[in-house]
Each structure stands twice: as C-alpha cells, then as structure tokens.
Design a protein around this ligand. Sequence first.
Ligand code: SAH
Length: 266
Amino acid sequence: MTVDVPIPESYLVPFEPGSVWLAGAGPGDPGLLTLLALHGLRQADVIVHDALVDERILGLAQAKAALVHAGKRGGRPSAAQEDISRRLVELARQGLRVLRLKGGDPCVFGRGGEEAEALAAAGIPFRIVPGITAGIGGLAYAGIPATHRSANQAVVLATGYSRDNATDWRAMAATNAPLVLYMAWRTLPDIAAALIEGGRPPDTPVAIVADATTPHQRVLETTLAAAAADLAASGMEPPTIVVVGDVVRLRGPLAWFAPPEAGSGG
Ligand code: SAH
C-alpha cells in the first residue's frame, strides 16, 4: 500500500514501559482494528490474549513480542480471572509494555472492567482501547442495522449466560427493542421460550450470526418459535451473536458481506 499522508504521531500515544493497555481487537476482521490497537500490537513486549482474538490479528504483533494465551472461551465461566489480573500486574511490574487483547470491546462482556479495577488497585498505569464489539460489528457484516428509524429507538446488548441466571427475560421481552445476545448459543432455547412467555410474538424474526466478520461467517434467519430447532439443525458452533427483533427483516438487500469460505446460509 502506498501512503502519501503519514498518520500524525499525536494520534498514536506512546506505550509506556510498565503499563497495560486493555484493548479490543474487534470481532475478527483485522480491518476492524482501531489505529490505537494496531499501534499497541506494534509496540507491546507481551500480548496476553483471549481465544477469540483472530490469528491474523496476532500476526500483526512485532516479531519479538511474547504471546500469552489467557484461555477462556465465550460462554464459559472462568476460574482463572484472578490469575489473569495478577499476571498482568506482574508483567507490568517487570517494566514490560503489556497489551491485554480481547475480542470485540474489552468492556462489553469482556471483563475489562474487572481487570482495570485490579490494575488500578495495584497502582499500574493503564489505558482502555475500545474495540468494535461483536454485537455491533457482527450485525453490520450480517447486513442488519442495529437501529433503523423504521424499526427501533433502542437496542439492548445482553448476555445469554449470566451469573445465577439473573437476567429478567420477561422485562427484556416487554421493551420491544431488538435484543442482541452474546454467549447465547447454549441458552437460546430457554431464552426464546421466556421471551415468548413474556409477550414477544412467536414469529418475531431472529438472526444468528456465527464467526461474524471472518471468512467463516454464517447467518441463519429464523423466528423465536423456530430458533432452537433451526440452530440445532444448522450445525452452527459458537461464537454466535443472536439478534431478536424487527431489524432482522431489513436484512435482505443489505446482506453485503459474502465470505469466501461460508457454507450455506451465508
Ligand atoms: N468482548 C467481546 C464479547 C466477549 S463474550 C465483544 O465485545 O464482542 C464472547 C461472546 O461474544 C461470544 O460467545 C459471542 O456471543 C460473541 N462473539 C465474539 N466474537 C464473535 C464473532 N466473531 N462472531 C459471533 N459472535 C462473537
């Protein structure tokens, strides 16, 4: 790529040794990285990343950077969260530039807040670099606008996997706003039933987007009533984003992304 206008230095803050950047890598497509996340990848001495961070993105790190896999897969609780926070503190105390890289946005169901609390408590300087969250970027790549004046005035981002099942799905049903569900692959049958019970029409459109923004992206369109059976029959695997609501109906002419490796239902 030829570049005749360099990126101004002032856009790219220095990555101080002994500090941690809690950064989002976006949902998959490396093109969805922010300039700051790329800058962090280019300078970090050590990168502590989640399973959801795309290999192609890790490939942008400087060759001498150490890569630490912090485990954890969406939809599962982690016993190791305290260990990860402790590790970040230790690495920073060694004077390293520590990039904590997470899928999507670090603070949207990414425990970025918890890690930032641990860093603050330990007196480690840190910066939060937001990323494009799967529930927004994944919708865009599926051709589903998160809001549209003809359809909705609000949108709800929710987790399908909440501690102690704390989510009030009846209240969620009552909002009528589209629901964008993370980590709902396993719980979708229960959630769909609860939403119908809460008053959402059984024919409410639902889209399930797997591996959003990657060459493997697949999109399944269904309804609340049929979602559980259709998902099971599709053979789709996590990570998936589920969208419940009328915005899904707008998809037809807007499904612009045709990933080369997708199977049926692309
Ligand atoms: N911090 C992340 C979310 C982490 S929770 C973000 O902001 O996107 C993990 C969940 O995110 C997965 O279970 C799935 O619901 C969703 N997710 C992340 N990447 C995804 C992708 N490429 N395609 C579909 N869903 C994705």
